[in-house]
Design a protein. Structure first.
Length: 18
C-alpha cells in the first residue's frame, strides 16, 4: 500500500519526467 504523499510524489515525478 502507498501513502497519499508517496502517490502524489510519484505522480509529480512522472509529470516532471514526461
Amino acid at each position: 500500500m502507498m501513502h497519499p504523499f508517496e502517490k502524489k510524489s510519484l505522480m509529480m515525478l512522472k509529470v516532471g519526467c514526461s
